[in-house]
Ligand binder design. Sequence first.
Ligand code: PEP
Length: 249
Amino acid sequence: MRTPLIVANWKMNKSLKDAEQYGQELLPLLADHSGVEVVVCPPFTSLTVMSRIFAGSKIKLGAQNLFWEMKGAYTGEISPAMLVDAGCTYVILGHSERRQIMGENDTIINRKVRAALDAELIPILCVGETLQERENNRAREVVKEQLTRDLKNITFAPQGLVIAYEPVWAIGTGVNASSDDAQEMIGFIRSYLAKIYDRELANSVRILYGGSVNEENIAEFMGEVDVDGALVGGASLQPNSFAGIVRFK
Ligand code: PEP
């Protein structure tokens, strides 16, 4: 049984004051809601305040990145232990913005996934193809390569890792993948996990779709057999629209 999971990725948005206001508005909107796990991933600067606001609620906290060492001379970096200390349960890794803008490759992402798991954080590992790769019929091959490299020599417990299929061309563009395309790729990811791990583990791993998800299209994605939830960027920035996505039924 895979509990649906909806994750808000604020990216580099919101002051402390805006974050606090968002938290105060979101809590009552989701107070009586159950059956969906909810995670909010603010920027590092808002983690502690959001952790206090969400304390005692079912909303969990995630970070958008980490560095793989636990402490030391790594100016500007944040360790897995620091994220745990700040109240995080989850961490987004391998997001296409980090791959493309920050130049993170699969070796780096593999180290980060391992470090997250070692610290008992749940990685939300993002994979997905560019438009050109899709047009060249290379989408499956690209996603398979990312999974192979990002998960190299990594083991995890059934609910200990989440995968997000995020086609790069659908992120922040307003052009979402069709639910059929999302199901097709997510079904493929699940079969590939069964091949490199085992069927039981593959059936227990939650696999999300991400890319221009909103209140209007979420139900269609959630109707697909292998889609276990969504990673939401733009539409997660307003408490009302994010709550609308969580309450998709
Ligand atoms: C994302 O940031 O992972 C994302 C999917 O963004 P958006 O929902 O805005 O496409």
